[in-house]
Write a protein that binds this ligand. Structure first.
Ligand SMILES: NC(=O)c1ccc[n+]([C@@H]2O[C@H](COP(=O)([O-])OP(=O)(O)OC[C@H]3O[C@@H](n4cnc5c(N)ncnc54)[C@H](OP(=O)(O)O)[C@@H]3O)[C@@H](O)[C@H]2O)c1
Length: 287
């Protein structure tokens, strides 16, 4: 049985990664209470990374650990670089097997998305720049890699601090008015769908750069309204606003999203419908 080591396994995406057919070692800087086979690993600690990889000798690393708060990254370039770039290099410098790196559509400037794998990158913010530097390290330091770019990763019911979908549900359930940008476009990816794609990439020993996302590019306001409708909450509590009005710390790429044709052609991947995904996520949390 192949051994797979996951970094960032307690995060939003990590907890959705099942990998039932593999011997899985889950690592993160902090544990989730109920994870089996869990080891604490700070990827910025070179010695700890080296020791763990020497002891475990995984066949595959799925590297999810990252500083993911886009606005926090903006004021903290050194910290973002330490985690998103140097942490990635620490793993690569001690590993020769299959390295799967999850990256982001924020490597693009959002002038004319959605983007394919051949399009030119031009990140606008520190998060995007450090994810791109992470990608460059992967290409340079590994001979056996996959870079999977995905976008607006979401999950409902996992209690993650950065979960947009949970925040929408909670605010509307409490009858609170929320303001959501209607000019940021992506094709949001449910963590369960990304988990299945990662499993496929491992199974078929994939190599190279792949883009992932759902079937339709939508704006964030529409996404929030879809969540409200599926959860039978009041969408009129959601006010559409512009990115300029929201005045976020980090500049956002506006017309983003990822074209998934390469995944479809190479692995028979069918991009999922976001409304059906939200319904499935809702039924998961009701079990
Ligand atoms: N979220 C998105 O919309 C999105 C979009 C495209 C790509 N991605 C990429 O997908 C991957 C997973 O994202 P996610 O949404 O699951 O993010 P997440 O919930 O923030 O998960 C990342 C995990 O990495 C951990 N971590 C942070 N610093 C670490 C360190 N030094 N050593 C070990 N672990 C550390 C985090 O712990 P703390 O929470 O304690 O910091 C967290 O548990 C990331 O690589 C991200 O860049 C995300």
């Amino acid at each position: 049985m192949k051994k797979v080591l996951i970094t960032g396994a307690s995060g939003q995406l990590g907890v959705s990664l099942q990998l039932d057919d593999y011997d899985v070692i889950r690592t993160d800087i902090f544990p989730q209470v109920d994870q089996e086979n869990f080891t604490i690993l700070d990827i910025t600690n070179k010695d700890k990374v080296k020791n763990l990889l020497e002891a475990e000798e995984p066949d595959v690393i799925v590297h999810l650990a990252a500083m993911t708060n886009v606005d926090s990254c903006e004021g903290n370039y050194e910290q973002a670089k330490l985690i998103n770039v140097e942490g990635t290099k620490n793993l690569l410098n001690n590993f020769t097997g299959k390295f799967i790196f999850v990256s982001s559509d924020y490597v693009f400037d959002g002038e004319d998305g959605p983007y394919s794998e051949d399009d030119n990158v031009n990140p606008l913010n520190v998060y995007g720049k450090t994810k791109l530097e992470g990608e460059e390290s992967v290409r340079k330091l590994s001979n056996d890699w996959v870079i999977l770019r995905t976008n607006v990763v979401w999950n409902i019911g996992g209690n993650f601090k950065a979960s947009f979908a949970d925040w929408v549900v909670e605010e509307l359930q409490n009858n609170r008015q929320i303001r959501i940008v209607a000019d940021q476009w992506n094709n949001p990816a449910w963590t369960v769908d990304i988990g299945q794609v990662i499993e496929t990439l491992i199974k078929y020993d994939a190599n190279g750069l792949y883009h992932h996302g759902s079937s339709h590019v939508i704006n964030r306001y529409d996404f929030a309204c879809m969540i409200a409708n599926v959860y039978e909450l009041n969408p009129s509590l959601i006010e559409p606003i512009t990115t300029k009005e929201l005045n976020q710390t980090a500049q956002r790429p506006l017309k983003c999203g990822l074209i998934t044709k390469k995944l479809e052609n190479d692995f028979n991947f069918t991009p999922s419908d976001t409304v059906l995904d939200i319904k499935a996520a809702k039924s998961h949390t009701e079990i």
